[in-house]
Design a protein around this ligand. Structure first.
Ligand code: ATP
Length: 445
């Protein structure tokens, strides 16, 4: 089978493909849009759901030492005091004295305003947490925050989860869901937004084994992206410098991907030590230590945290899958997604819309849809439909033609090689399984 060529592309090309094919739309577009907020369309929602599903499968379902949970976004405000977010979850903000535009100081290349060249005033710390009110009274006693990370809900549920799941250390708790940060300068499409989804694991281990587990999870994370098709040469693991470390971390490393605009973080793997459990034990007055019944001793576990963004990862999968093949009129755009990441795995395409073919094509579709994520498309010419499926990265197209009515066979077209093979409908499901497995093996980054 042909290897991937993968040419890469500009961000503008990706943004326009994303809109044209229903991956991502500007939020509130008919009202002029809401800056840096995005909505996933019918194809994008499948892509992002697949990213979350394969993460959940790798982290929770395929492991004996991790369990899942799903907490509320609103939590007791003291949680964010104990975690340090109220005091220190902030970025340095500077405001231009000429045009009053605001920027994140640590992301500026020069001392002058990039918008008008004016001078900046004194920097101040800007807290990134969104505030709202719980209940009908809008005063400070009712203030709650939209969570800026999912991790804290895991720490405050540590005892509930540990006792009900009867897990022994080392074990982890995984969660995915929305987080909110009032970023000073969002941008680069879905890379940095104010509302996004995180996929986080808090892995609890015995103090002294934390560095080993940190290494383990760094390797695991790099392998995970490669397993689902991101090219190795587009990924790197970067250790944080001492002055970059978050307040809770003893050591952190970022998995970075080379986006069209340069390297950007997909995931941080941090050694959070016992910072969070100790902080919550102190503030809540609840003992959050663990009794190790093999060692017969009690300790506060250390925590290693792989923390990944679902939106950033989906964008990296999209950017990495993008390819252009051929030239001029023959040029085709193809997204070479791993079959588990591709929004749809199979498209069923009757050669013509005529009533003679529809019942058979629908029967084929009904046969396949319990097993694969499928799409049925009978609009426009077959050539255009192949191009459309290439542009959303569907690995296989099944075409029902007039011969099908005689030989009960269909044609399977391979997205990457464009090869077509004829298969009896009775063998179709297993033939598709084999082809997808082959594509999974080829997609390893
Ligand atoms: P950055 O340095 O890019 O602001 P961060 O280091 O503050 O990110 P973490 O707190 O480590 O981010 O969050 C873990 C993951 O959550 C990030 O690796 C990223 O994938 C995702 N994430 C964080 N902030 C955003 C955001 N504003 N938009 C989209 N994803 C985000």
């Amino acid at each position: 089978m042909a290897k991937r060529t993968l040419t890469g592309t500009s961000l503008d090309t990706l943004v326009s493909l994303a809109k044209r094919r229903g991956f991502v739309f500007q939020s509130s577009e008919i009202y002029g849009g809401l800056s840096s907020v995005w909505d996933y369309g019918p194809v994008g929602v499948e892509l992002k759901r697949n990213v979350k599903d394969v993460w959940w499968k790798s982290m929770v379902r395929e492991r004996d030492d991790v369990v899942g949970m799903d907490a509320s976004i609103l939590m007791h405000p003291d949680i964010w005091v104990a975690s340090g977010h109220v005091d220190s979850f902030s970025d340095p903000l500077v405001e231009c004295q000429e045009c009053n535009r605001r920027f994140r100081q640590d992301q500026l290349d020069s001392e002058a305003c990039p918008n008008c060249g004016g001078a900046f005033g004194e920097p101040r710390q800007f807290n990134l947490m969104f505030k709202t009110f719980l209940g009908p009274v809008e005063d400070s006693s009712a203030t709650v925050y939209l969570r800026p990370e999912t991790a804290q809900a895991i720490f405050v549920n540590f005892e509930n989860v540990q006792t009900t799941s009867r897990k022994k250390i080392p074990f982890g708790i995984a969660q995915l869901g929305k987080s909110f940060r009032n970023e000073i300068t969002p941008g680069n499409f879905t890379f940095r937004t104010r509302e996004f989804e995180q996929m986080e694991l808090e892995f609890f281990c015995e103090p002294g084994t934390d560095e080993e587990w940190h290494d383990y999870w760094m390797n695991f994370s790099m392998d995970w992206f490669k397993k689902y098709g991101i090219r190795g040469e587009k990924l790197l693991l970067r250790n944080h410098e001492a002055d970059e470390l978050p307040h809770y971390s003893k050591a952190s490393a970022d998995v970075e991907y080379e986006f069209p605009w340069g390297w950007g973080e997909l995931e941080t793997i941090s050694n959070r030590t016992d910072f969070d459990l100790k902080a919550h034990a102190e503030k809540s007055g609840k003992d959050l230590s663990y009794f190790d019944d093999q060692k017969k001793e009690r300790y506060v576990p250390f925590v290693v945290e792989p923390s990944m963004g679902a939106d950033r990862s989906a964008l990296a999968f999209l950017a990495d899958a993008y390819d252009e093949e051929g030239e001029g009129k023959e040029m085709r755009v193809v997204l070479r997604f791993h079959p588990d990441i591709a929004p749809f795995q199979v498209a069923v395409l009757p050669l013509s819309k005529k009533d003679t073919l529809s019942p058979t094509a629908k029967r084929v579709h009904d046969l396949l849809r319990p097993h694969f994520n499928t799409q049925y498309d009978d609009t426009q010419s077959i050539g255009r439909r192949y191009r459309r499926q290439d542009e959303i990265g569907t690995p296989l197209c099944v075409t029902v033609d007039f011969d099908t009515l005689d030989d009960d066979s269909v044609t399977i077209r391979n997205r990457d090689t464009m090869e077509q093979i004829r298969i009896p409908i009775e063998n179709l499901e297993s033939a598709i399984r084999d082809l997808l497995n082959q594509m999974r093996a080829d997609a390893q980054g």
